[in-house]
Write a new protein. Structure first.
Length: 163
């Protein structure tokens, strides 16, 4: 089958928004409420004549609002088992939070290639405010905005270069 690219990250950073934007169709449910349960979704993405299977891990497992970190852990385990490349999504508007560190810790243990996507970089000013995310240890954060459709080509190039 096609190589799998898994989108991971804590709830509400914009994983489903990013998924729909990259796929070019509204497949995954975007919800302003953190921790809403939904199914795992995947779709084929084509870019520059190459193909991969993109997976939105947001709905894997039963999401319990009182224990979001368990849900995050579970979705990561699922996604990483099959992924060739991981897109780790963080939120520049909220900045770096504890759950991001937990996700990063898990990803480090798996040792798969990680692209750090700093979403909600809706403006140039926000795109320049990604410095804190270097601490996560996955190199330069790539500013993107699923809402304002910024940074798509850079993200796709980064994904393909690691496949
Ligand atoms: P998920 O839980 O990680 O899948 O996040 P969602 O895709 O459901 O998005 C959570 C919230 O963030 C929704 O209210 C989205 O509209 C919002 N959101 C997603 N991407 C962006 C973005 O690039 N900029 C801004 N400002 N909001 C976004
Ligand atoms: Mg989602």
């Amino acid at each position: 089958g096609l190589p799998v690219v898994a989108i991971v990250g804590r709830p509400n950073v914009g994983k489903s928004s990013l998924f729909n934007w990259l796929v070019g169709r509204r497949i995954s449910i975007v919800d302003p409420t953190p921790g809403v349960t939904r199914d795992r979704v995947s779709a084929t993405v084509e870019y520059a004549g190459r193909y991969f299977e993109l997976v939105d891990t947001g709905g894997v497992g039963v999401v319990d609002r009182a224990d979001l970190s368990t849900a995050v852990e579970r979705q990561i385990e699922y996604a990483l088992a099959s992924a060739a490349v991981v897109v780790f999504v963080v939120d520049v508007r909220s900045g770096l939070v504890g759950l991001d560190e937990e996700v990063a810790e898990r990803l480090r243990r798996w040792g798969k290639p990680v692209i750090l996507a700093a979403n909600k970089a809706d403006t140039e000013v926000l795109a320049c405010a990604v410095g804190d995310f270097y601490k996560l240890g996955f190199g330069a954060p790539l500013p993107v905005s699923a809402e304002q459709k910024r940074g798509k080509e850079e993200l796709l190039e980064a994904i393909l270069s690691r496949l």
